[in-house]
Design a protein around this ligand. Structure first.
Ligand SMILES: NC(=O)c1ccc[n+]([C@@H]2O[C@H](COP(=O)([O-])OP(=O)(O)OC[C@H]3O[C@@H](n4cnc5c(N)ncnc54)[C@H](OP(=O)(O)O)[C@@H]3O)[C@@H](O)[C@H]2O)c1
Length: 262
């Protein structure tokens, strides 16, 4: 493993069967990490794992739904007992919204909140307990710029990502003296299957590999918030400071609808 990633020997990534999670898995595989990858789709998860093994990384997989709190907590504790987790990337999420751009359905909103916020906590909190107990470890929470600039076409997504940002930044302060680093990642538009279902303007979109490299750089320097691309991040964060009618008018160009997913 290259020197700058020397302390990242065991990395757990949720949502590794696709998009940014898969790109992060390949990124760290190429640098010699030992990977534990999770997702729900057996075929796609195994294909990503094979790619990582081809890059020389020891790679284990686990099919698991992040909403299953008991199961995922037990599995994380078991995995950590075998090989302590150095870095957990809490990445699995769904985008919610409505296919026609209509009001998000109640069931979709609950599924989105359960996956993107409660599901994230189901993964993060057992790791917080284990890592703080041994005084070592790193946590990356994949939020979104939608945490700053809530999107009318993805209300539950925006709310869950904002909650994850707030929870993460609050915890970061508590974890620091305990030897655990925590960063919140707020990407803009990234070209992935999740991004691909969105019909709408996606300014400054970057590839999943580019996003993975930016996330890894931010984690390496223990950034509190890893936000990109810089211009969109500044606009989204600045939008919190202007009156709501200005912000919501400015968001008009960001309306979107979901295409049918694979
Ligand atoms: N793409 C963007 O423009 C963008 C922008 C900002 C933030 N993000 C964030 O980046 C992260 C990755 O997104 P992506 O674009 O790479 O999306 P993606 O390609 O759709 O990948 C999502 C991953 O999450 C997993 N997942 C979804 N629901 C799950 C559940 N209930 N249990 C376990 N795994 C589940 C999926 O696994 P299976 O398919 O195997 O079920 C898949 O591996 C997400 O947190 C997303 O919110 C993305």
């Amino acid at each position: 493993m290259r020197k700058e990633h020397a302390d990242l020997s065991v990395i757990l990534i949720t949502g590794a069967s696709s998009g940014i999670g898969a790109a992060l898995a390949r990124f760290y595989a190429a640098r010699g990490a030992s990977l534990v990858l999770t997702g729900r789709d057996r075929e796609r998860l195994e294909a990503v794992a094979q790619g990582c093994r081809a890059l020389g990384a020891e790679t284990r997989t686990q099919l698991i739904d992040v909403r299953e709190r008991e199961a995922i907590g037990a599995w994380i504790r078991e995995t950590d007992a075998q090989t302590p987790i150095d870095l957990v990337i809490v990445n699995a999420a769904v985008n919610g919204g409505h296919p026609s751009g209509a009001l998000e359905a109640e069931a979709t909103a609950f599924e989105t909140a359960d996956t993107n916020f409660t599901g994230a906590l189901n993964v993060m909190l057992p790791c917080v307990t284990l890592m703080s107990g041994r005084g070592r470890g790193q946590i990356a929470l994949i939020s979104s710029l939608a945490a700053y600039a809530p999107l009318p076409d993805a209300p539950a997504y925006s709310g869950a990502k904002a909650a994850l940002l707030a929870h993460g930044l609050a915890l970061r302060q508590k974890l620091k003296p305990l030897g655990v680093r925590l960063s919140v990642v707020t990407p803009g538009y990234v070209k992935t299957p999740m991004g691909g279902v969105i019909k709408g303007w996606r300014p400054l979109e970057i590839s999943a590999d580019e996003a993975a490299a930016r996330i890894a750089r931010g984690l390496e320097s223990d950034r509190d918030v890893i936000a990109f691309p810089a211009i969109l991040a500044a606009l989204a964060r600045g939008a919190l400071l202007v009156p709501e009618w200005v912000r919501s008018a400015g968001l008009h160009g960001f309306r979107f609808r979901n295409r049918h997913r694979r």
